[in-house]
Structures are given as C-alpha cells and as structure tokens.
Design a protein around this ligand. Structure first.
Ligand code: C2E
Ligand code: MG
Ligand code: MG
Length: 410
C-alpha cells in the first residue's frame, strides 16, 4: 500500500470516525476527519484534496448523499468508499448514484466498518482507477476534429427486431471510430468529449449523412426500412437543426418517416421552449422521435408528457436486471404499459438472451434490440444482413399512423 496518500473520513459518529481513521492510518494513510457536510465543504473550499474518501451515508440529520455532488465538484479524482447501516439495496443504489456523479467507487461497507474490510477495499483502489481509466480514457478534441474530417468516424448499424414477427424493421446507427492503425475508440470515450468541446454537431452531421445515404440504399430493395440516429440533447439548443435535418433528408431522398432520432435522456432532455420547438417541428414534418435510455434520466416522465415523442427505449440496465430482480421486472412492465398507453412504439434495449427476450415480450414491448438479435455491423455487412433477414411489418409506421389525437387543455 503506498504511504502518504490523503484520506478523508466523513462520519458524524465520533467513534465510527475513529475506527475508520485508525484502520486507514495503520494502512499508511494521512487521515483527516469531517463530521458534517459543512465541515467537508470547508475543507474543500480551503483547498484540501484527498486520494480517498470514506463516506457515511447517514450523517445524523443530514443526508450523506448530498455530499456526492460536492465531491464530484471539488475532488472528482478521489476513490470513494461508502459506508452505512442501511440494507444492501440502499447501499447498491447509493453506489450507482455515486458512479452516476462521475465518482470512482471502490465499494460499499456495512457499518460498523471492520478495519480489515476497509483496508481490503483501499488495497483494491488502484484497480478501480485502472478500470475507470480504460473506459473513460479521454481523447483530445483535436483528434476528434481530425477523425471527423478524415472520415474515420462511421455509423455501424444494430438491428431492431419486431417482437411480433421476428423481422428486422430497421437499424440504429452507432458511431464507430476506427483509427488508421486499426485500433478503435469506444463511443463512451469520444462522445462526451465531442459534447464538451462543441464538436457534437459536426459528429452528428457526419453520422446523419452516412446513415441517410445507407438507408436510401437499403430502401431500393426494402422500401419499408428505416434508420435511427442518436442525437445529443445538447443539440436541442440549435434552432437550425430542423432545417438541416430536412435538407439532408431531401439530399438523400429519404422520407422523414424513415428517420428516427433517438434523444438520449440520461443527461436530461432540456425542458426549454427551444427544445420543444425543435422536436415539435421535426415531428410535424414526420420525423420519428425516440426517448433513449428511458428511466435513467431526471426528467423521463415530464419529457414524455411535454415532448412529442412517438417511441420509448427502455434502458438496458432495467432489462439486464429484470432477469434476477423482481423490482426491475416490475419497472420494465410498468414502463412498457405506460408507453403503450401513450401510443408509443416501445423498444427494449440490451436484449442478450432468450430469457430477456421472453421477459420483454411478455412485458408488452413491440421491438427488441440487443446482442441476441445482432451486434452493430458495418454498413455493407448490415445491408447483407437485411437482405437475408426476414422483414416483418414496419411496426413504427403502424404505430405512428395509429397515434392518438393530442389532447389540448382548454
Ligand atoms: P445507446 O444509443 O443507448 O446505444 C446502445 C448501446 O448499447 C450501444 O453502445 C450498443 O453497442 C450497446 N448494446 C446494444 N445491444 C447490447 C446488448 O445486448 N448488451 C450490451 N451490454 N450492450 C448492448 P455503444 O455503441 O458503445 O454506444 C454507447 C452510447 O453512445 C449510445 O447509447 C449513445 O448514447 C452514444 N452514441 C453512439 N453513437 C452516437 C452518435 O452518433 N451520436 C451521439 N450523440 N451519441 C452516440
Ligand atoms: Mg440510442
Ligand atoms: Mg440506449
């Protein structure tokens, strides 16, 4: 264990703080203690930074979870250990919350914390950093700019399959960056950087152009085929987006109904007049709109009510968890029935096994997407796949045609 690293123990109970501090000191750490959110904030504000933070989730009358955004803001590189007397489900949910704030979580410990358990987690911490480094490996914005200009970023297509007919009804474009040396860069490494550095518009333009070109090609032999393209909510501040998309549809000779825009909501779909206007105009022109990763964002239900979506994609985390977790199964069923009630096309993401397929079909989903039906394929291979695969009825168009009248409050 490297010595001299700084560790912060946040716990309102003096004895618990002392036990954790003692265990960490014996493991070679320089330890600081804080008993409240205010004390933690004061440390951060005076410039103290820590390599590790052990956080008690129940800080007396305060909510320990409120500290997570504080850590993310001031000390995001710290490895966090969560400790609590709550049951395993709450601990697991807290861990996910911390991860979603962008924090590196070494693990969770039930209180009273055993010194040996804490020491074991601290020993594992370098691996936590390493694993996180692999997935969040950041890419210089300039490299992305160059990759777009040189055409290194291309859409690959993953089939969407009708659960009623078993037929492929379209494909989702997933950005793939293969470098000239043959190595590929994961979307999780370059999409966030493109978003932060203002290049997501250029990236979306190239993916849209290539996807519409591919779709136009497919439709020569399969006229009912459509393509889905991911759109970052950040682009919903650009009023020119609607016209640009319409122009691209015309340029490639693809009807608006053959395009689905998947708006990923995990970062929140902005509830602004501008976003509403863009999405409504697109929908009026016949473009299909999908809420991606439904259930993971902060505004899922509000988005469904306020924005003119006609498709819902239930996030793969629920589908995966539903196999073993009764509560997740209920969430999948309730989401699917809500989607159907609202007249939406309901897609289940991340379907990897027959068991998952059966589960989402029984829940009432219309469409399945996942490794069971096929991984993302390069455009040429996807076209061959389409030619061979049985094409079911184009469910999306059916649903769009049967869409209920919009109710307006009087
Ligand atoms: P998404 O739109 O929700 O896409 C689904 C992701 O799940 C894809 O990851 C896909 O490869 C993966 N996936 C599909 N089926 C399975 C399965 O059965 N099991 C598992 N474990 N995973 C499955 P990918 O390609 O790494 O993309 C990640 C995210 O990056 C996408 O999530 C989307 O939000 C974003 N993204 C990808 N391409 C673009 C793009 O062109 N523009 C924008 N704005 N975002 C994009
Ligand atoms: Mg998507
Ligand atoms: Mg998704």
């Amino acid at each position: 264990m490297p010595t001299g690293q700084h560790l912060l123990v946040i716990d309102d109970q003096r004895l618990d703080r002392a036990i954790a501090s003692h265990a960490a000191t014996r493991a070679g750490f320089q330890v600081t203690g804080a008993a409240s959110i205010a004390e933690t904030r004061a440390l951060f504000e005076k410039g103290d930074r820590f390599d590790f933070i052990v956080l008690d989730l129940a800080l007396g009358s305060e909510d320990g979870l409120e500290i997570l955004p504080l850590i993310a803001r001031f000390n995001s590189t710290a490895v966090v250990v969560l400790a609590s007397g709550f049951d395993g489900r709450i601990l697991a949910a807290s861990q996910r919350l911390a991860t979603s704030c962008g924090l590196l979580v070494a693990g969770v410990l039930r209180k009273p914390v055993l010194p040996t358990a804490l020491q074991r987690l601290l020993r594992q911490a370098p691996f936590v950093r390493m694993a996180a480094g692999e997935t969040t490996l950041s890419v210089a914005p300039e490299k992305i700019r160059l990759a777009i200009a040189e055409g290194q970023i291309k859409p690959w297509f993953q089939p969407k399959t009708s659960l009623a007919t078993g037929g492929v009804i379209g494909g989702e474009a997933l950005a793939r960056w293969v470098r000239p040396d043959g190595r590929s860069v994961a979307p999780s490494a370059f999409i966030p950087v493109a978003e932060q550095s203002g290049m997501i518009g250029a990236l979306t333009d190239t993916i849209l152009d290539q996807s519409l070109m591919a779709c136009a090609h497919w439709r020569k032999t399969r006229p009912e085929c459509w393509v889905a393209v991911n759109v970052s909510p950040l682009l919903l501040t650009d009023r020119g987006l609607t016209d640009r998309i319409e122009q691209k549809l015309q340029d490639h000779g693809v009807p608006p109904g053959a395009l689905v825009l998947e708006i990923t909501e995990s970062n929140g779909i902005p509830d602004t007049a501008c976003a509403t206007e863009i999405l409504t105009r697109l929908r009026i022109r016949g473009v299909n709109l999908s809420v991606d990763d439904f259930g993971t964002g902060h505004s899922s239900l509000l988005s469904l009510v306020r924005m003119p979506f006609n498709e819902m994609k239930i996030d793969q985390a629920f589908v995966r968890e539903a196999v073993t977790n009764r509560d997740a199964r209920k969430v999948v069923r309730a989401s699917a029935s809500l989607g159907r009630e609202l007249g939406l096309n309901v897609v289940a993401e991340g379907v990897e096994t027959e068991v998952m397929a059966q589960l989402v079909e029984e829940a009432g989903c219309h469409v399945g997407q996942g490794w069971l039906y096929g991984r993302a394929l390069p455009p040429e291979t996807f076209e061959a796949h389409l030619r061979e695969a049985y094409l079911g009825e184009p469910r999306l168009n059916e649903v769009a045609a049967a869409e209920p009248e919009t109710e307006t409050a009087t």
